[in-house]
Design a protein around this ligand. Structure first.
Ligand SMILES: [Zn+2]
Length: 371
């Protein structure tokens, strides 16, 4: 089945504001890049509809949604609204599209659940806002589109779902929604001792919750072990009707917000390995705060889903898209290394499988499945 790409125009030119890590373009660059490479015919592109508040109440609190819409209309929040709903904070600022933009990402995830009813593969790189809470903005996320995608799949008749999250941060919002639901397998790989400081290894939820905090400097060899010893066996054993992969790009080495050291190959190998394990596959975006790393990682995800060959050196139109990027206020943005513009694929970043990580993997391997 031919994969579909979900995008929208609103990601181009809307910004969380100067100085915010999400001031950078991400989805618009991915779209430009895959188009420049001839990888996105019109037949594979769908525009995300903007979800209406009523559709979002499938999980989100109506009072919160009203506050979010009101904040966008007024471009202001009261102190009481800020305290109660987490709006108008440095992480979740007031900005012109603060309802419409996340509602478009959420609309894409709701649509994905419907489109996958009879099977298929969808890449929705604007999705993956995994910190959003039912009644509160959190960690750059205003809504929680992964939760909405899972509920939409449910509504389409898919009961057993695997949610896999390889973002550098723990998906606290998604976990609050499904931790007590044995039909949702939840696996998260995230950097230890990093915000939001949830996702401890011993937690089991209803028996299908697997949290793997990983040490700084996680390398490709370690990620391959995690893939082969935790992610793939647990997903296969769950026999999911659908897989939702949150494929944040912030575990890649050059990300400014975390300290993991993967190459983008490690992400792509997870994307490829999960695909045969379910008839329905939704790959979301997530974190990722280096504009070059994000664009290259997610364009490569699209290539993997389509079995496209990734050229060693990008053709000129692709290079132009990457050369046009800038990263205001960041030293690394002044003279970006040539491979950030000339290639999609990073050099591999292998390394030792450190004993503390091997021990944690063993502990998760030994955990019995729920009765
Ligand atoms: Zn993240």
């Amino acid at each position: 089945m031919t994969p579909l790409f979900l995008g929208a125009g609103i990601y181009r030119g809307s910004s969380y504001g100067a100085g915010h890590p999400l001031a950078i373009p991400r989805v618009s660059t991915v779209i430009d890049l895959v188009r420049a490479l001839g990888w996105l015919p019109a037949s594979q592109y769908r525009a995300s509809p903007r979800a209406k508040p009523a559709a979002l109440t499938i999980w989100h609190d109506p009072d919160y949604l009203a506050a979010l819409e009101r904040a966008e209309a007024r471009q202001h929040v009261t102190e009481a609204e800020r305290d109660r709903f987490g709006l108008g904070t440095p992480a979740n600022p007031v900005f012109p599209e603060m309802f419409r933009r996340p509602a478009t990402g959420a609309g894409g995830s709701l649509l994905a659940g419907e489109l996958l009813r009879s099977g298929g593969v969808i890449h929705h790189p604007a999705g993956g806002t995994h910190h959003g809470l039912r009644a509160r903005a959190n960690g750059f996320c205003y809504l929680n589109d992964p939760v909405l995608a899972i509920l939409s799949l449910r509504r389409a008749g898919v009961s057993r779902i695997a949610y896999v999250d390889i973002d550098a941060h723990h998906p606290d919002g998604v976990e609050t929604a499904f931790r007590d639901d044995p039909d949702i397998l939840m696996i998260s790989v995230h950097e230890e001792r990093r915000w939001p400081f949830t996702g401890a290894l011993p937690e089991v939820g209803a028996g299908n919750l697997f949290n793997l905090p990983v040490p700084r400097g996680l390398n490709d060899t370690e990620m391959a072990a995690i893939r082969d010893r935790l992610i793939l066996p647990r997903v296969a054993a769950h026999a999911p009707g659908a897989i939702v992969l949150q494929c944040g790009a912030d575990a890649v080495a050059e990300d400014p917000l975390s300290r993991l050291s993967l190459s983008n190959n490690a992400l792509w190998e997870v994307v490829a390995a999960l695909r045969p394990l379910s008839p329905r596959y939704l790959v979301l975006g997530g974190g990722g705060y280096n504009p070059w790393s994000v664009a290259r990682a997610w364009a490569g995800v699209w290539a993997v889903l389509n079995d496209f060959d990734i050229p060693a050196i990008l053709p000129e139109p692709g290079r132009q898209v990457l050369r046009a990027l800038s990263w205001p206020g960041r030293q690394a943005g002044r003279q970006p290394p040539a491979h950030w513009s000339d290639t999609l694929r990073d050099a591999p970043r292998p390394g030792p499988l450190r004993p503390e990580l091997a021990d944690r993997l063993r502990r998760l391997e030994q955990r019995r499945p729920p009765a």
